[in-house]
Ligand binder design. Structure first.
Ligand code: SAM
Ligand code: SF4
Ligand code: SF4
Length: 372
């Protein structure tokens, strides 16, 4: 029986302890550190909760069917509202913005948003690291306009090279060729360095680890293997289907010797490995077996303007209410500061332990709602 998950069911508002109006005497902007001394550096913005795929681990068709209550257009932050919030986040130390969804390339005029975000500058005057995660199905058509709008790089998701398996996984009849065409188009217009994400589900697509690694050697593409996560409440996650990253690395190394690479930064989620013969690099994102909450500098802005402090949070802070309530930039900025400074989330670190926050399944947010 399909169970309906309504992401907007709980009307989340700012908690009583966050009172932007009272705090507006604080100067807007300035670096922020949370309760565990983690700075705010990355912002992931979900621009739509809709998608043309029905990946089995993210939007199972039995739940996300034709009756699923996707957000009405009026609930979505407008592109101008997104830009305004992004600007305030950048003033608070955000240097990297990733657009996601749902499928972000389904959002109308996404190029307009990219243009506006590409024009933002950090307090030091530097441009942002601006990127986007896509399933690649519309990329062949859009790569050039995205690049022209100011996007510098892109991450494409691809879970299998075997066409029949890929179609089963996306459950929407898209072919591997559609995605590979998108990747080629992105490379042709210089959206680089290009990353490809593969979510590994043991027993479903682990047979594709080595073929994908082989395919992207010598291509300039950095392949990232992501452990299947217990996000949301609809994908029927269980630990037995998680393929630990250590096994992924070992499997690839049997065919192609690997050497560890230095992390670019402490906040980098992937552990990187280079092919010993110089054919490029891979990375593993061990969200389940090796929690990286200690360095988590990410905030997430949902499609309807709620700020989430963790992928596994069950509650977001309603920034749209402030934006549409005509709050000043200073007030919104102060609210962001108060919210971040109270943050103590570290779900993956606590997962399975007695200290783990107990979140009822119904309240867990979906990956398609908040983005990856
Ligand atoms: N639709 C776009 C895409 O698929 O690239 C962007 C949104 S999608 C939610 C972002 C990333 O999250 C994708 O790489 C996807 O594979 C990953 N993802 C979704 N559900 C996941 C899960 N349960 N565990 C790990 N990664 C997941
Ligand atoms: Fe859509 Fe991305 Fe989720 Fe797949 S992972 S269903 S492409 S949002
Ligand atoms: Fe960050 Fe939450 Fe993931 Fe930990 S579980 S790394 S705090 S998003």
């Amino acid at each position: 029986m399909s169970r309906r998950i309504i992401p907007v069911a709980d009307a989340r508002t700012l908690p009583p302890s966050v009172q932007p109006a009272a705090a507006s005497t604080r100067a807007p902007g300035g670096e922020l550190f949370d309760a565990l001394a983690r700075p705010l550096r990355d912002l992931r913005i979900s621009v739509t909760d809709r998608c043309n795929f029905r990946c089995v681990y993210c939007m199972p068709r039995a739940v996300f069917d034709k009756d699923y209550p996707f957000l009405p257009h009026s609930s979505l932050l407008t592109l101008e509202e997104i830009e305004r919030l992004a600007r305030l986040f950048v003033a608070h130390g955000v240097t990297k913005i990733r657009l996601t969804g749902g499928e972000p390339l389904l959002r109308k005029n996404i190029e307009f948003l990219i243009e506006r975000l590409a024009a933002l500058r950090t307090p030091d005057g530097a441009p942002l690291d601006l990127t986007l995660t896509t399933n690649g199905s519309l990329l062949a058509r859009k790569a050039r306009s995205l690049r022209d709008a100011g996007l510098t790089r892109v991450t494409v998701s691809l879970d299998a090279l075997d066409d029949a398996l890929f179609r089963r996984m996306n459950d929407a009849d898209f072919s591997v060729g559609d995605v590979l065409d998108g990747i080629a188009a992105a490379q042709a217009v210089g959206l680089a360095p290009l990353k490809v994400n593969m979510v590994v589900k043991r027993g479903t697509n682990d047979s594709e680890i080595v073929p994908l690694a082989r395919h992207f050697r010598h291509s300039g593409v950095a392949l990232r293997f992501i452990e299947y996560m217990d996000v949301g409440a609809t994908n029927g996650w269980n630990m037995a289907e998680v393929q630990p990253s250590a096994e992924v690395v070992a499997r690839i190394a049997e065919h192609f010797p690997l050497v560890p690479l230095e992390a670019h930064s402490a906040a980098e989620t992937a552990q990187r490995w280079g092919y010993a013969d110089g054919a490029g690099e891979i990375g593993v994102i061990s969200s389940v077996t090796r929690a990286f909450c200690g360095d988590c500098t990410r905030a997430r802005l949902s499609t309807e303007g709620k700020l989430y402090l963790c992928l596994f949070a069950s509650m977001g802070y309603d920034l749209r209410a402030l934006v549409r309530g005509e709050a000043s930039d200073a007030s919104i900025s102060a609210a962001i500061a108060q919210i971040w400074e109270q943050r103590a989330d570290r779900y993956s670190q606590l997962r399975g332990s007695a200290a783990a926050p107990v979140t009822s399944e119904e309240r867990r947010i979906e990956m398609s709602y908040i983005g990856g």
